[in-house]
Design a protein around this ligand. Structure first.
Ligand code: ZN
Length: 102
């Protein structure tokens, strides 16, 4: 499990993810993503966790690197997807609240 502390930590892995041919899909579980490497056909599952006591965020990937607690390109690709998804959800919620208030 990797403790996610900064965007910087993910940036190197993000570069690797861009150069690879990765495809991220949400699963039916909250905060879980399936990452497919289109070049190799490998599929890994990435999970994100938020520790309730202090809000610290963690991620885990099922690839060999991820199981060795490395920030792998799958984790990074899924994190980028997850963040974009959370922002979209927040915006949608805000739009819904504004409509209710109007
Ligand atoms: Zn991985």
């Amino acid at each position: 499990m990797v403790h996610l502390v900064s965007a910087e930590q993910l940036s190197k892995a993000t570069e690797r993810a861009k150069s690879g041919n990765l495809f991220v899909q949400p699963t039916s579980l909250m905060r879980q993503y399936r990452v497919t490497n289109r070049d190799t056909g490998n599929i890994y599952v990435v999970d994100f966790f938020v520790r309730k006591s202090d809000g610290a965020r963690f991620g885990q990937c099922t690839c060999p690197g991820g199981l060795n607690n490395k920030v792998c390109k799958h984790l990074s690709a899924a994190a980028a997807y997850h963040v974009a998804r959370m922002i979209a959800r927040r915006e949608a919620n805000r739009a819904a609240r504004m409509q209710q208030a109007a």
